[in-house]
Design a protein around this ligand. Structure first.
Ligand code: ADP
Length: 320
């Protein structure tokens, strides 16, 4: 009986210790076994449409995990190839379409001059010319998007004052606004120094301002404001126009999305202006957001990083 009691005591003490050690050992082994999986998950989370050149780490364990990561990497390589083909196709197609469209426009203008004195014929040529202009605008937009998608640094990357660019662009577009009876108000709190592609940034301002004027009825106002806060430069364009329905708001930056197809088409829009704005903002390391209330107005806000004073003169390519 004494022997049995001793045995019971030793069991009572030893059993929890054995259980603890085995649980700890199990946990340690499981963690070690899953470490490569964690690495793969972390890398996979970082691979996006814009960075398909990244690959998953391959653990050289000789087991299913190694085969799985190899297979996933091969899949990413195939996807990367397919996306690059798509981008190249878009770039080539839009590039090839530009020349014939320019020729077509020139020829139509010449025919229009020859048809002097035949108003009916001139009307018909005029409407064909309008369609050709619209087509040319879409092709230009697609060409710009394809270059942005490819992450190409088309023009030099240099420092400039965003507030000044906004003021001069708004000045140039004032005539368009006056024609529509819309007032442009430009507000600025001083210099907003950023670094980037000035030409493309001007396109952002033109596209946003053009939309604001287009979708604001006569008597309305368009307010443009630039500001610099900590490390961020902001550009805000707010109008008192027709607004965008809440259901359409999440989709306005999609390519070829138009809220009211008939109205937008009549205004010459194809639904790619805002997607260009979004791509340019992303290429500058920033983003655009929109807020709107139907019947009251729309506000667009673009935020990009302010220029870092230390690398003021350093050239920087597009982030893609
Ligand atoms: P579009 O060239 O057709 O104007 P965009 O990509 O510039 O294309 O805009 C997409 C859609 O978003 C437009 O069809 C329009 O309905 C809506 N939209 C854009 N800006 C405004 C605005 N300031 N006010 C109201 N609607 C707007």
């Amino acid at each position: 009986r004494a022997l049995l009691r001793d045995f019971l005591w030793s069991l009572l003490f030893a059993l929890p210790v054995v259980l603890l050690v085995s649980a700890g050992g199990g946990l340690f082994l499981a963690r070690r076994a899953f470490r490569p999986v964690e690495k793969i998950v972390r890398s996979a989370e970082q691979i996006t449409l814009h960075n398909l050149s990244g690959r998953l780490p391959v653990p050289h364990t000789g087991d299913e995990l190694e085969r799985l990561s190899l297979a996933l990497n091969q899949m990413i390589t195939r996807l990367d190839g397919a996306f690059q083909n798509n981008r190249r196709f878009l770039a080539d197609a839009s590039h090839e379409l530009r020349t014939p469209l320019t020729v077509l426009r020139g020829e139509l203008e010449a025919v229009m001059q020859q048809a002097d004195g035949e108003p009916e014929l001139q009307d018909r040529i005029g409407s064909v010319l309008e369609e050709v202009e619209r087509l040319a605008k879409i092709v230009e937009g697609l060409f710009a998007l394809s270059r942005l998608d490819a992450g190409e640094a088309q023009a030099e990357w240099k420092p400039f004052d965003l507030a000044r660019l906004v003021a001069t662009t708004a000045d140039q577009m004032n005539l368009l606004a006056e024609d529509k009876g819309v007032t442009i108000i430009c507000e600025s709190s001083g210099e907003v120094n950023v670094q980037g592609d000035k030409g493309r940034m001007k396109q952002v301002i033109v596209n946003l301002l053009d939309n604001a004027i287009k979708y604001t009825p006569s008597g309305g106002r368009v307010k443009i404001r630039t500001s610099a806060c900590e490390k961020t430069a902001s550009l805000e364009i707010a109008d008192t126009g027709v607004g965008i329905p809440a259901t359409a708001l999440p989709r306005v930056f999609e390519r070829f999305f138009r809220v009211d197809k008939a109205r937008s088409r009549a205004e010459g829009g194809a639904g790619i202006g805002l997607s260009i704005v979004k791509s340019i903002a992303a290429a500058h390391g920033g983003q655009v957001e929109v807020a709107s209330e139907e019947g009251r107005g729309t506000q667009f806000r673009m935020q990009i990083p302010l220029m870092e004073t230390s690398d003021e003169n350093k050239g920087k390519p597009y982030a893609g």
